[in-house]
Design a protein around this ligand. Sequence first.
Ligand code: SF4
Length: 332
Amino acid sequence: MAPRTGILLYSGGLDSLLAARILLDQGIELIGLHFVLPFFSPHADPADTAAARQAARIGLSLRHIRCGRDYMDMVERPAHGYGKHINPCIDCKIFFLQRAREEMERTGAAFVATGEVVGQRPMSQMRHMLNHIEHASGLDGYLLRPLSARLLKPTVAEDEGIVDRERLLDISGRSRRRQMELAARYEIEDYASPAGGCLFTDANYERRLRDLFAHRPDYDLAAVYLLSVGRHFRLNERTRLIVARNEREGSALERARDSADCLLVPDFKGPTALLTGDVDEATLALAGSIMLRYGRPEGINAIQVFRRGDDPRTMTIARPIGEDELKRAALA
Ligand code: SF4
């Protein structure tokens, strides 16, 4: 018999927690793969999250894998297109499952499992699409969906008795009732909402990301992370401004100063900002007027300019930007 070890795609959501619990209850050894989406701070530890703590609580060990540039290339050009916003759910699943298959082959595990439920999501969980995703990720016969398994063709792991099919479930559709009942039975309380934390499904984030793809093809992962921080403005074809909304975001921008061209710190009570692209006197003045708009100007207002390769200097800002001009520059 093949080893009773499986790979589980773990998102931190209830469905993947339940899938893990069902398999762990059968005495199967699981390796949880947790793909860390690019919105997660490069300075934060993925092991120090609610999702990781919940996995530990049910006895699931995790490997955290940060999504890199190859993942973003898929997001930019998904073979199966987008959902409602810039969410490439079908290609995203295939991407994760291909990595999981490689891990299965590398470790000698018997199967790959997910928390998917037949018919739960309009785009990627329809039955024909589940079959297509399984095939496209090279997992024909090796992809187990414990929550819906009894409605699907038995996998090799079930046929070989590695997994007991009788102890798998037959959940389908959009209702979460049975999952909630199972959560109560297993005393699982603290879990992420479905697709929780995926900003590709957010309209504002979509505008920012499309702007990045259009204006900065050589972007790095730090730039992708920064799309989730602050207010964003396109000052001209070559220059984008990020303005912090609070102290936490101000600190995030200061930490990211090496990946931008210019850090702007107000002398008045107001937000820190980051400029990427061409920085000249006109863009600095425009950026300063936006910072003033979100700050509390008093008397002579100045900003500290920390431009890459230059000595720091101070610049006086005449007045806050007008509302019409602000709206034209705002990305979200
Ligand atoms: S919601 Fe986000 S993380 Fe989930 S499959 Fe879609 S794109 Fe991927």
